[in-house]
Design a binder for this molecule. Structure first.
Ligand code: IPE
Ligand code: IPE
Ligand code: MG
Length: 249
């Protein structure tokens, strides 16, 4: 693989990168292994992405690890994923600390098994003072779930006369999402060749650049991240304007 890193403009690195980590099952199947072997093998790819992003100065890395819809998978697979989550967090806390990583999660965390919630709480507590990069795990997350929660909260506040109709605006909606305070991702990467969003960050991705790669998640290396960032840096982000407006100033 060519050396993409040296071509990256250090002044135009995304602050926030989101990744749909997909393809673990197909990766395992190609090797004649169980799907859960694919998930376990994906942990190394998380390390690659996290280290690569951190070295470039990315401030937030959001990883889609388990969707609301993934609860519908066979129970054995769900259980294996939850166990993997606990084991990985427990095993990685020291390294996260050494690397200045602050752990965070978005999603319906209260719906996770107790052991997972406890491991996450330990991880949050142990890493809360780190500020090099924020690793945000999307767990039991779906964007429509999140928007539904936000609408309920806002409706309740309106009903209780804590806010007026005029105060319901895009900022208020954003601040009621689980990504409150986190800038929208500039770049979304999805592995495994699928070109869909699968209920991930629908509101936050409004103007995000999308990068799709056929690489299956367990094969994902820092080089693939660099390639995605270079792709991003080659895009013209117009935000509805015309090219001349962007290049003239
Ligand atoms: C992504 O890999 C991991 C999760 C969704 C938890 P998949 O398990 O979706 O792998 P494929 O898409 O079946 O290959
Ligand atoms: C999206 O992958 C969810 C995660 C990566 C956690 P899926 O494999 O669940 O998505 P679909 O079903 O192919 O859309
Ligand atoms: Mg998949």
């Amino acid at each position: 693989m060519s050396n993409y890193k040296i071509h990256i403009d250090p002044n135009n690195v995304p602050r926030h990168i989101a990744i749909i980590m997909d393809g673990n099952g197909r990766w395992a199947k190609q090797k004649g292994e169980m799907r859960t072997f694919g998930h376990a093998s994906g942990v190394e790819a998380v390390r690659e992405a996290l280290t690569g992003a951190s070295e470039l100065g990315v401030k937030h890395l959001t990883l889609y690890a388990f969707s609301t819809e993934n609860w519908n998978r066979p129970k054995e697979e769900v259980d294996a994923l939850m166990n993997l989550l606990v084991q990985t967090i427990v095993a990685e806390i020291d390294e996260l600390n050494q690397n200045g990583v602050r752990l965070k999660a978005i999603g319906d965390i209260e719906n996770l098994p107790d052991g997972c919630q406890e491991a996450l709480e330990k991880g949050f507590e142990a890493t809360k003072n780190n500020d090099r990069i924020e690793l945000i795990l999307a767990l039991s997350y779906s964007s429509r779930w999140e928007i539904e929660q936000a609408v309920k909260t806002i409706a309740q506040e309106f009903h209780d006369k804590k806010i007026s109709l005029d105060e319901i605006n895009q900022d208020l909606i954003s601040s009621n999402l689980s990504t409150n305070g986190i800038p929208d991702p500039e770049l979304l990467i999805r592995t495994s060749g699928e070109t869909r969003i699968s209920n991930f960050l629908l509101w936050q991705l409004a103007y995000t650049e999308l990068h799709f790669t056929p690489v299956l998640w367990p094969d994902f290396k820092a080089e693939h991240l660099y390639k995605a960032i270079l792709d991003y840096q080659g895009r013209e982000r117009r935000f509805g304007m015309v090219s001349e407006q962007i290049t003239d100033n």
